[in-house]
Design a protein around this ligand. Structure first.
Ligand SMILES: NC(=O)c1ccc[n+]([C@@H]2O[C@H](COP(=O)([O-])OP(=O)(O)OC[C@H]3O[C@@H](n4cnc5c(N)ncnc54)[C@H](OP(=O)(O)O)[C@@H]3O)[C@@H](O)[C@H]2O)c1
Length: 254
């Protein structure tokens, strides 16, 4: 089997690459930091191709697809992404648009192109890394939460389309709460809850993907938060989400 993992230079993506390699899956690794990808490739004992790419542009995504098109990829892990903290009116527009292109557009483009190939072969796994942020609105991280809502809903819908046509292609969406990675430094935020390790997150995601589960939520607290939110009003969810997020702001000031 062969997998393309985006955002493999750090955090969850790097650990997913390690877990897949441990199961004998050949890898194509991508992110912008080529040196990190090369270092990871050296440590793995499966054939690895390193393909640095900036996925914040349509051209970057299309070029990546073209260079792996003939490689018979079985697994696509759309993991690259980042967050940004701050009140909407004050946060940087260009950085937000870059986030929308990376977190949404790249997922849209790569999912579509690879799913077309997977459907023809009637096999393949798509693993989209969303977030538990995908279950909620996210005041003070409004754009990031909205991107993850998009990825979650898109993935669920694709999964149902494929199920209805009796396809063997599987779509899973990974929705962790806080994970200890470089995410916080990039987003300029501190978690208000303790995070799980990237290694645990990756094992959980890969296991769920191979079991063809649709929505993958590690840990009891996030499962409870998702379930519990069904029983309170949207206004209440919003107020609770704001309180959680503003705690991050307080942590940031410490
Ligand atoms: N950490 C958390 O708490 C958490 C929770 C839920 C979901 N997630 C999601 O998990 C995914 C991975 O994040 P992480 O926590 O592992 O953070 P991370 O350690 O900062 O890793 C992010 C990865 O995305 C890549 N990336 C970012 N922008 C890119 C671009 N324009 N083109 C190509 N690659 C790009 C980075 O590589 P380069 O910088 O080398 O390009 C890096 O490999 C993200 O989608 C994130 O939203 C994270």
């Amino acid at each position: 089997m062969k997998a393309l993992v985006t955002g493999a230079s750090s955090g969850i993506g790097r650990e997913i690459a390690r877990v897949l390699a441990g199961q004998g899956v050949e890898l194509i690794l991508t992110a912008r930091r080529a040196d990190r990808l090369e270092a990871l490739a050296k440590e793995l004992s499966v054939p690895v191709r390193v393909l640095p790419a900036d996925l914040s542009s349509k051209e970057g995504c299309l070029a990546l697809y073209r260079s792996v098109q003939e490689e018979d990829v079985d697994i696509l892990v759309n993991n690259a992404g980042f967050g940004l903290f701050g009140p909407f009116a004050e946060s940087d527009l260009d950085r937000e648009l870059e986030m929308i292109r990376t977190n949404i557009e790249a997922v849209q483009i790569l999912s579509k192109l690879f799913l077309r190939d997977f459907r023809k072969k009637n096999r393949g796994y798509l693993l989209n890394v969303a977030s538990s942020a995908g279950f909620f609105p996210g005041p003070l991280m409004a754009t990031y939460y909205a991107t993850k809502n998009y990825v979650l809903r898109l993935s669920e819908a694709l999964s149902e389309e494929l199920r209805r046509e009796g396809s063997q292609v599987s779509v899973s969406v990974f929705c962790p709460g806080p994970v200890e990675t470089e995410f916080n430094d990039v987003a300029d935020v501190r978690f208000s809850l303790p995070g799980i390790s990237a290694e645990y997150a990756a094992r959980f995601a890969v296991r769920g993907m191979f079991r063809r589960k649709r929505v993958l939520v590690p840990g009891v607290s996030m499962k409870l938060a998702r379930f519990g939110s069904r029983f309170v009003s949207e206004g209440m969810v919003l107020r609770m989400a704001y309180r959680m997020q503003s705690r991050k702001q307080e942590e940031n000031r410490k």
